[in-house]
Design a protein around this ligand. Structure first.
Ligand SMILES: Cc1cc2nc3c(=O)[nH]c(=O)nc-3n(C[C@H](O)[C@H](O)[C@H](O)COP(=O)(O)OP(=O)(O)OC[C@H]3O[C@@H](n4cnc5c(N)ncnc54)[C@H](O)[C@@H]3O)c2cc1C
Length: 337
């Protein structure tokens, strides 16, 4: 009997736990976390699949392509079958508006459709003239409230065990499992002493604007992301800012910026504010490690630091973390549990 403990109940932890269960049908898989669902970063993310493939330093392009493609395969199946209403994946049409010419991103060949717009089309849409370049894209937006619930249901219905507690030291896990899968995001700073992980603070406004159906993203950091229950508008990327309190002046900036990009948003009813910390690490840490503890050696698979791309990449990295768990179990003997 194999025992695996996953630290973290965000989208990365739950995806890893479900993927591991599928690979080890007889195993005991436990998720330990101090924060679940509403308290995680994952719950508030806009959930759009637009992985910024060229901007993750330290991760080879082919690796990012593989993670993105594996995730896309899973999400596109969820969005286009009878699973969609429960998993929260929606086929979503929208626009990327840029002030400067950008290279065609790698996801252009992954998403449902991607095409560069003509200047004349931007004019007809009434797009602010700062935006000289436009791309019309059909991708997927994930409703994170639904997806996290679905992942948790999958996990518990498959016999997964859930424990709510903060792990203060890895020694607490020694002797209780064969492998630890570390999906603790920013928590890895304290738990593993990782100084490379840092927060990138984000603030969003939740609004009701059911007449705005297409998503919009700009290179001036404005985004409008409709999901099936409300629309989130943002955004802010503030490195090393640990604050979890919404700022009213930032809120006004977001509102002004988004209305300038898309005046049709006027009249949107504000539902509330949300702040989240992107767990950023260059590179994303997806690797095996055998950690030396005073009690003995502990086998660990790290899967964290997805920054702005955690929803887009989570299933892809979960599948590869699962392969690493298999590898550690088959090559290194475990201490007696
Ligand atoms: C404003 C904003 C918008 C975003 N929009 C998008 C988007 O549109 N598309 C996209 O792909 N990504 C987006 N992201 C990024 C995405 O949200 C993150 O990359 C992702 O949620 C990270 O997931 P995670 O599971 O690693 O971390 P988290 O959701 O933060 O989960 C970490 C887990 O680890 C647990 N933990 C940590 N330390 C300990 C400990 N010592 N003991 C026990 N448990 C511990 C926590 O309790 C928690 O359960 C956005 C992020 C923000 C902030």
């Amino acid at each position: 009997m194999v025992h695996i403990t996953v630290i973290g109940a965000g989208v990365v932890g739950l995806s890893s736990a479900v993927s591991i269960q599928r690979a080890f049908p007889g195993a005991t898989v436990k998720v330990v976390a101090d924060k679940f669902y509403d308290e995680t970063t994952s719950i508030g993310a806009g959930g759009i699949f637009l992985p910024t493939l060229k901007n993750i330093p330290g991760v080879p392009f082919e690796t990012l392509k593989r993670w993105s493609e594996t995730s896309w395969k899973a999400y596109s199946r969820m969005a286009t079958t009878d699973l969609a209403s429960t998993t929260g994946h929606t086929v979503s049409h929208g626009y990327l508006f840029h002030t400067t010419k950008t290279e065609i991103p790698l996801y252009a060949n992954i998403v449902f459709s991607f095409r560069e717009m003509l200047t004349e089309e931007l004019t007809r849409l009434g797009v602010d003239t700062r935006f000289k370049y436009g791309y019309e894209i059909t991708t997927i937006i994930t409703n994170m409230r639904k997806y996290l619930s679905w992942l948790m249901t999958q996990f518990t219905e498959n016999g997964g065990v859930v424990e709510k507690r903060k792990i203060g030291s890895l020694s607490e896990l020694y002797g209780h499992c064969d492998v630890v899968v570390n999906c603790s995001g920013l928590g890895s700073r304290q738990l593993f002493g990782d100084q490379l992980i840092y927060p990138v603070h984000g603030q969003l406004i939740k609004v009701e604007a059911p007449w705005v159906r297409d998503w919009i993203y700009t290179d001036t950091m404005a985004h409008i992301l409709p999901s099936d229950d409300f629309t989130v508008i943002g955004g802010v990327k503030d490195k090393d800012n640990w604050s979890m309190t919404p700022d009213s002046s930032v809120r006004q900036d977001i509102m002004d910026k988004c209305l300038q990009v898309w005046p049709a948003l006027k009249g949107a009813k504000v539902i509330g504010d949300w702040v989240g910390l992107r767990p950023m690490r260059n590179p994303v840490r997806l690797e095996k490690e055998v950690v030396r503890l005073p009690e003995g050696m502990l086998k660990v698979v790290h899967n964290y630091g997805h920054g702005s791309n955690g929803i887009a990449l989570s299933w892809g990295t979960a599948v590869e973390a699962t392969d690493m768990v298999k590898d550690l179990i088959s090559t290194i003997p475990s201490p007696k549990l």
